[in-house]
Design a protein around this ligand. Structure first.
Ligand code: PLP
Length: 411
């Protein structure tokens, strides 16, 4: 049985997060199913940035480092992210990009497990994560990057592994690793677990403390709505903070940056993961995005996001059957994140045809159409409408046009 549009509207009427849609300024007529790749700007962001540029930077000038809390921003904003992932307020800092942070923490994991030289990761991990690990392994003689097929990952954790490095929710399939289970399997062999939470932070109700996760990184511009190239975050469990070493030993990670000492002395807390001067404008935008998520709360966010994804999958099954879409990843929402992806022989053109009709998703090579279900600004009725537009495109083969097949730089 297929749900009617009226039934989707009834779900909206009962939706406790419906009021958050007004906090975003999305264009009329667009169904934005790509908040998992670039979250849209909250209305508050532009005003906040104008204030930081005009009043703080423009009027208070350099005194803002003290006066307007610029210096504390990496930890202040980090504490807001900590609340979303079940970490303590002093366990998260905002700094650098996800890629740089993964590099820093993978090196940090090696420093915490002297005598172990293997970093273990699944073969289908996000390419940038694989590249960062390759770069690190290439830099330090003796360090080995061991790549396992995902099915064999847990069995591949040996006594020589310093850290298992993996992404909780897969960027393509949306398949979700069990944070607690994988972490426990790593610990059973004396290894650490380093998680990339890019596709789960701000989407799922994560609890790094309950899972005993050691280290984590995550992206600021996806579900956190921090803006294009927003700063990313690092999580280091309290128990590792005094021992971990960062390979990027800059002055902001020094125990006393303004002592201007001639040698590096690491801060014994999470500040040790901050290397250079924080990007204040990026932090201000990220903070505006986080305030909305804090208000909504991770449990409600996860519940609605998974319900939207479930509705999309079930409507596609009933209304788009027989048109060549095959679902990637598990069907069960308990084992996935908030995006849903389908392989289709004409995946790229399909995505372009839907964008031309106001349904924005994205494409991931070789043949994957991907749709994300951000809970703060999407409605159930929009999900219904998006499936109807997809159904029409598939049934009429409206995607079958050369201009929809011309690949842009960013897909
Ligand atoms: C988006 C994403 C990144 C992004 O890294 P950048 O350094 O911001 O380019 C990294 N890892 C994963 C798993 C991602 O999904």
């Amino acid at each position: 049985v297929s749900l009617s549009r009226a039934e989707a509207e009834a779900m909206d009427a009962a939706d406790p997060l419906a009021r958050f849609r007004a906090a975003f300024d999305l264009p009329e007529g667009v169904i934005y199913l790509d908040g998992n790749s670039l979250g849209p700007p909250p209305r508050a962001t532009a005003a906040r940035l104008a204030e930081v540029v005009g009043r703080e930077w423009g009027r208070d000038l350099i005194t803002s480092w003290n006066l307007n809390g610029w210096m504390d921003a990496p930890l202040r904003v980090g504490a807001k992210i900590a609340a979303l992932i079940g970490a303590g307020p002093s366990e998260v800092a905002v700094a650098d990009s996800t890629t740089v942070n993964l590099f820093k923490l993978a090196a940090g994991a090696l420093s915490l497990r002297p005598g172990r030289q293997v970093l273990l990761t699944p073969a289908d991990n996000f390419p940038s994560d694989l590249y960062a690990l390759e770069g690190l392994a290439g830099l330090i003689p003796g360090v080995e990057l061991r790549i396992a097929e995902p099915e064999g990952l847990l069995a591949a954790i040996g006594e020589d592994v310093a850290a298992v490095v993996l992404t909780q929710v897969h960027y393509k399939t949306s398949a979700r690793w069990d944070l607690a289970q994988v972490t426990a399997a790593a610990h059973a062999k004396g290894a650490l677990a380093l998680w990339d939470l890019s596709h789960s932070v701000g989407a799922l109700a994560i609890d790094v403390t309950a899972a005993r996760a050691d280290l984590a990184v995550g992206c600021g511009y996806k579900y956190l709505n921090g803006g294009p190239g927003a700063p990313a975050f690092v999580y280091v469990a309290e128990r590792h903070q005094a021992g971990i070493r960062s390979p990027l030993t800059g002055w902001m990670g020094h125990a006393e940056p303004f002592a201007f000492e001639g040698h590096y002395r690491p801060a014994a807390d999470i500040r040790g993961q901050v290397s250079g001067t924080p990007g204040v404008l990026g932090l201000a935008a990220l903070e505006a995005g986080l305030d909305l998520l804090a208000e909504a709360g991770p449990a409600a966010t996860e519940a609605k996001g998974l319900a939207l994804a479930e509705l999309f999958m079930s409507l596609v099954e009933t209304r788009c059957a027989g048109h060549g879409l095959s679902l990637l990843g598990p069907r069960d929402t308990a084992r996935r994140g908030l995006h849903v992806a389908y392989a289709h022989p004409d995946g790229y053109a399909l995505v372009q045809a839907a964008i031309a009709r106001g349904v924005i998703g994205d494409f991931r090579a070789p043949d994957v159409a991907r749709y994300g279900f951000s809970p703060l600004f999407l409605s159930y009725a929009q999900v219904w409408d998006a499936v109807e537009i997809l159904r029409e495109i598939l049934a009429t083969r409206a995607f079958d046009r050369d201009d929809y097949r011309r690949r842009a730089t960013v897909t």
